[in-house]
Design a protein around this ligand. Structure first.
Ligand SMILES: C[C@@]1(CC(=O)O)C2=NC(=C\c3[nH]c(c(CCC(=O)O)c3CC(=O)O)Cc3[nH]c(c(CC(=O)O)c3CCC(=O)O)/C=C3\N/C(=C\2)[C@@H](CCC(=O)O)[C@]3(C)CC(=O)O)/[C@H]1CCC(=O)O
Ligand SMILES: NC(=O)c1ccc[n+]([C@@H]2O[C@H](COP(=O)([O-])OP(=O)(O)OC[C@H]3O[C@@H](n4cnc5c(N)ncnc54)[C@H](O)[C@@H]3O)[C@@H](O)[C@H]2O)c1
Length: 341
């Protein structure tokens, strides 16, 4: 997709991804959100503290389900071709879906026209929506038209056919909402205010974008390749090998900086697996690529000779240090008190 096709405010276009959406709920009750990802001690403690903070579990409501919807090769119908529809087209193309676009040519936004010209992934119909006959074989419907009655009618049809639908101008007619998106290669972040303030979602998204580590997209991409190579070397689903793979990947991600991960090439990955995975340790960047210069305060440098301190060992050590400090403070206070007496 040519860069000049993007709106000034849009994120850089990416070859593939998923559609980030939040499920629509008309009257959010203000629950901030709970995200769970497995196998992380941090995540489990976040979950624990979230549950502790909630005065009772019935307070877990009023949000929407945040997912990365896999649309590859699915059929998405977009009704309308104006400004909002052009953004929908971009979001859906990035998720590798096939688009049917229905909208009279006269009302097409210039960006929509250029999308239609630039890709054969859009089947365009120069006309208005015709009814149920337009919904055959469709997996998802997005409407962005300036006709509220027609929007409601399309929504009712979709719901009767159990096709998920988003109606840009009527939140109660949405089965899911769009959000403000950050995309950097495989990294996808969606900011949602659950329909409360799209403009604030946009503003918060920009702040998040500014605070992201450099090379995050490349780093994630390289880790994706490393994980595939590891799975080839140590195949199998679940079981002991699965646990060991996950532990090692967690250690690699914890001990290498993002910029270091982004530097990984095929040769370095093989060395990392040979000297790391096979020997049950995590070598530093400089071991894997002797001529590469690690970042100034690389996590792996700070952690000394290769292998990072396992989480399980770092807790007793931390307790040891704290106990030591408390003990020393106690001695000092005690000696101060005893000198006063
Ligand atoms: C995030 C973003 C994604 C996207 O659309 O791709 C998005 N709206 C964006 C921008 C934006 N939309 C509007 C303004 C004008 C200022 C303002 O009203 O705030 C601006 C700001 C601007 O244009 O700068 C007007 C507006 N929006 C909706 C209505 C109907 C209504 O609320 O009744 C009205 C007319 C209200 C009226 O008539 O008064 C409804 C929805 N808009 C949503 C998403 C969903 C909730 C998302 C959430 O809150 O989490 C939801 C519910 C349905 C949906 O669209 O899926 C995108 C920012 C992308 C970016 O980052 O640049
Ligand atoms: N959700 C959001 O983020 C958001 C943001 C701004 C505006 N809106 C709302 O979304 C709607 C669309 O906004 P826009 O700026 O893209 O409008 P627009 O006027 O630029 O575009 C409307 C498009 O719909 C087409 N259309 C109208 N009736 C149709 C029909 N029956 N079948 C097929 N195509 C039809 C028109 O030809 C035109 O291409 C408006 O109601 C607007 O208030 C939503």
């Amino acid at each position: 997709m040519p860069v000049e096709m993007r709106k000034a405010t849009a994120d850089p276009p990416r070859p593939s991804g998923t559609l980030s959406v939040g499920g629509g709920l008309e009257q959010p009750r203000g629950y901030p959100g709970l995200s769970i990802s497995s196998f992380s001690p941090v995540t489990n403690s976040q979950l624990y503290s979230t549950l502790c903070m909630a005065s009772n579990i019935s307070a877990l409501s009023g949000g929407s389900l945040l997912l990365a919807w896999q649309l590859k090769d699915k059929h998405v119908l977009i009704v309308g071709g104006g400004d909002v529809a052009s953004g929908r087209i971009e979001s859906v193309l990035v998720a590798d879906a096939k688009i049917t676009l229905i909208s009279p040519r006269a009302g097409l936004h210039s960006l929509t026209k250029r999308f239609i010209e630039a890709t054969d992934r859009i089947t365009y119909h120069d006309r208005v929506f015709n009814g149920a006959e337009d919904l055959g074989g469709i997996d998802m419907v997005l409407t962005a038209i300036d006709d509220v009655e027609k929007s409601r009618e399309i929504c009712a049809l979709c719901r009767s056919l159990k096709i998920p639908v988003n109606v840009a101008d009527i939140p109660s007619s949405c089965d899911f909402y769009f959000g403000s998106q950050v995309r950097d290669g495989p990294l996808q972040i969606m900011v949602s205010t659950n329909g409360q303030s799209p403009k604030l979602a946009n503003i918060i998204r920009r702040k998040i974008e500014e605070s992201l580590p450099e090379h995050a997209g490349e780093g994630i991409e390289k880790v994706g390749i490393l994980r595939s190579k590891l799975k080839e070397r140590a195949p199998g689903v679940g079981g002991e090998v699965g646990k060991r793979r996950m532990r090692w990947m967690i250690d690699v991600c914890n001990s290498w900086e993002m910029e270091e991960l982004a530097l990984l090439d095929d040769e370095m990955m093989v060395k990392l697996l040979d000297d790391g995975w096979e020997k049950n340790r995590v070598p530093k960047l400089t071991e894997v690529a002797p001529h590469a210069r690690g970042t100034a305060a690389s996590k792996s440098d700070l952690q000394g000779q290769g292998s990072p301190l396992p989480f399980a060992m770092s807790i007793p050590l931390m307790y040891g240090v704290i106990t030591g400090l408390v003990f020393t403070a106690g001695l000092v206070t005690g000696s101060v008190r005893s000198t006063r007496h």
